[in-house]
Write a protein that binds this ligand. Structure first.
Ligand SMILES: [Zn+2]
Length: 137
């Protein structure tokens, strides 16, 4: 699939409803807005990761503070570790998105090549596929 990268092109992914339309490429203002959004998300993930790393530290045998038993501490730790993995994956995707945001093909679905709707990019800046393709797995 080849797109003209000059001027605005209105196209709709065939997998989406008829009234869905997007303008591609993004205008500089939208790109700037998106960049700011990605930077914010990265900062938020870093804060989250720092606090999760704190709670996913090894549980010492005598770590029974108040009513919190060792079993509870261990299960809290497992939850924190799982969240930590999710947050780290999200962070690395966001960093990739930030690297690519200035490239002309940023925002194109990696699967079908159609533009990912701007609303989706704003909501999920690390998305590399459009909704229909993402749902196909
Ligand atoms: Zn797609």
């Amino acid at each position: 699939m080849v797109f003209s990268l000059t001027g605005s092109l209105k196209i709709g992914c065939p997998g989406l409803s008829d009234n869905a339309e997007f303008i591609f490429p993004m205008n500089p203002q939208e790109r700037q807005e998106l960049k700011g959004k990605i930077e914010e998300e990265i900062a938020a993930q870093r804060t989250l990761i720092a606090s999760l790393q704190e709670t996913s530290k090894p549980v010492s045998p005598d770590n029974a503070i108040g009513r919190l038993s060792r079993m509870e501490a261990l299960s809290d730790r497992a939850v924190s570790e799982a969240s930590l993995n999710v947050a780290q994956t999200k962070l690395s995707r966001l960093e990739t998105a930030l690297d690519k945001v200035d490239q002309p093909d940023f925002g194109l679905c990696q699967n079908c090549g159609y533009p990912i709707p701007h609303g989706r990019i704003l909501l999920v800046p690390e998305a590399t596929r459009c909704v229909p393709c993402a749902e196909k797995g």
